[in-house]
Design a protein around this ligand. Structure first.
Ligand code: G3P
Ligand code: MG
Length: 237
């Protein structure tokens, strides 16, 4: 079963920071999951929420701040003073961290609240420019964006779901993918076992308990997103 560091090693470092990604880059795991938004001036930044309030010392929507304004914020102190020098990374800076590793990057397009027109295309273009095109896996709760990616570009893509759904594999096939990223509460439901039986590639978020991880492996889940990849590696070694 593949292990992805969720928002980097976010259990031990502030989420979606270069510190969290550097820690992930040191581990023999499949890859890392990161969340991307678009700034006011069109930059691709790595942060989870639409607003900067929770994880920085600033306020406001990412889409209403320029890259220069965002770069002035401290995105580590909320987690621990030790990380007060951390700045919101750009996608380009995250590519730098993984330039000389074999890790895959699951880039979650955070266009489910604001559409961020063109974000997926911008991500793919930058990945291609940086030599990461075959190492990225796009996902989103915005399935319209995933459908556009699948139809227009040859980049691996997954739909993200939170709810328990019916016939999710057939739905994913309509969109054009076999990849489904499901929440832990849905993972043990008929929705997921049916999808696995039909041939879906299923990853589950966010799995921080090794007992759940073992059970997921037993039912044939292909990958997990975890805040504690170190712990999962130690358990499955
Ligand atoms: O991509 C898996 C997971 O990150 C989706 O939810 O809210 O943690 O971005 P969230
Ligand atoms: Mg995410």
């Amino acid at each position: 079963m593949k292990i992805f560091a969720h928002r980097g090693c976010s259990g031990s470092y502030p989420e979606n920071t270069l510190a969290a990604f550097r820690a992930a880059a040191e581990l023999p795991i499949t890859g890392v999951e990161i969340d991307v938004h678009l700034t006011k001036d069109g930059g691709i930044v790595v942060i989870h929420d639409e607003k900067v309030n929770r994880t920085t010392n600033g306020k406001g929507y990412v889409k209403e701040l320029t890259l220069k304004e965002l770069k002035q914020l401290d995105c580590g102190s909320w987690y621990s003073e030790e990380w007060s020098e951390e700045k919101i990374p750009t996608l380009d800076e995250v590519f730098d961290v993984f330039e000389n590793t074999n890790h895959r990057l699951n880039i979650e397009i955070k266009s489910d609240v604001f559409p961020y027109d063109g974000l997926a295309d911008k991500v793919i273009d930058l990945a291609a420019k940086r030599g990461f095109r075959n190492r990225i896996l796009l996902s989103s709760f915005n399935h319209e964006d995933i459908q556009s990616v699948v139809q227009g570009k040859q980049v691996e893509s997954a739909i993200l779901t939170f709810e328990v759904l019916v016939d999710v594999y057939d739905y994913a096939r309509v969109i054009g993918t076999k990849r489904i990223h499901v929440s832990l509460p849905s993972a043990f439901r008929k929705m997921t076992t049916d999808a696995l039986r039909k041939g879906a590639i299923v990853y589950v978020y966010t799995v921080n308990d090794v007992n759940y991880a073992e059970e997921l492996q037993r039912i044939g889940v292909h990958g997990i997103f975890t805040d504690y990849p170190e712990k999962m590696l130690a358990h499955f070694a």
